[in-house]
Design a protein around this ligand. Structure first.
Ligand SMILES: C[S@@+](CC[C@H](N)C(=O)[O-])C[C@H]1O[C@@H](n2cnc3c(N)ncnc32)[C@H](O)[C@@H]1O
Length: 246
């Protein structure tokens, strides 16, 4: 069962476009301002690209997008394909597990930019144990070391005070502990009411990577703390010796 995609995700995303617009704009502004390579894009967890700016996608010559959801490809095409074609971006949409294919994709597309689009923070909802998910997420830095890559993912999510205005985006560094003064200030700005759920993504990006935090008002009274960042090829700071082969 796909707990983070499928028709319920599309239905919520379609209905929530207005509420999500400020968060989508913060993501779009951040993406457009980055200097990642823009020839080939490998997009994992593309869905219909509900929160992805077409203008950023159109800067790539070629897109290879993966989602396990069979509805993702037709809906992505519906939302983005016409503009991408007009701008000359070749679009290839695949239905399948992009994470399971990662090692192969890195080998076959070493010059591509790999972007995980709000998918890594959802792995904790799989049937695997939290320890297994944590190990899998930390291993990504090693798998992706030969390529430029980045991710937008949930750091935490939970209930919020009613009518909290959405805060401006916050610029920081990857690896911030939520117990730190900076983490606590950010949670206060979002209007977080304890308890919040940890999405196990604190160590996905190499520690110290410049990141942006965006508050995403997922539904009334419930928000997500999104973190986005990217890193050049070879920039991982985690040694492969830390990982078991599974
Ligand atoms: C929260 S949604 C994000 C959707 C998308 N980024 C957007 O803006 O609409 C997470 C997506 O990741 C997809 N997904 C989950 N596991 C995946 C995997 N192993 N490979 C590819 N896609 C996956 C789900 O089907 C879902 O569409």
């Amino acid at each position: 069962m796909n707990l983070t995609g499928g028709w319920h995700w599309h239905w919520r995303a379609w209905r929530s476009q207005n509420r999500w617009a400020p968060a989508s704009a913060q993501i779009a502004n951040w993406l457009m301002a980055q200097t990642m390579p823009r020839q080939q894009l490998v997009l994992i967890g593309a869905s219909a690209g509900w929160m992805l700016p077409t203008a950023w996608l159109a800067q790539f010559d070629e897109i290879q997008a993966w989602d396990i959801d069979p509805l993702a490809a037709p809906l992505f095409r519906w939302r983005h394909a016409r503009d991408l074609k007009r701008q000359g971006t070749a679009l290839n949409l695949h239905t399948g597990d992009g994470l399971a294919r990662l090692t192969d994709l890195v080998q076959t597309m070493p010059d591509a930019f790999f972007w995980f689009d709000n998918v890594l923070g959802q792995l904790r909802f799989s049937s695997a144990s939290l320890d297994t998910v944590d190990r899998r997420l930390r291993k990504l830095q090693h798998t992706l070391k030969p390529v430029a890559w980045g991710s937008v993912h949930d750091r935490m999510s939970g209930p919020t005070m009613p009518d909290t205005p959405g805060p401006a985006a916050h610029q920081g560094r990857a690896g911030l502990a939520m117990e730190s003064p900076e983490g606590q200030t950010w949670l206060q700005e979002i209007g977080a009411i304890s308890p919040w759920l940890d999405h196990l993504t604190e160590r996905v990006l190499p520690e110290g990577t410049p990141v942006q935090y965006t508050a995403w008002p997922f539904k009334p009274g419930y928000s997500h703390w999104l973190e986005m960042g990217w890193t050049a090829a070879g920039a991982s700071r985690t040694s492969s010796a830390q990982f078991s082969p599974t």
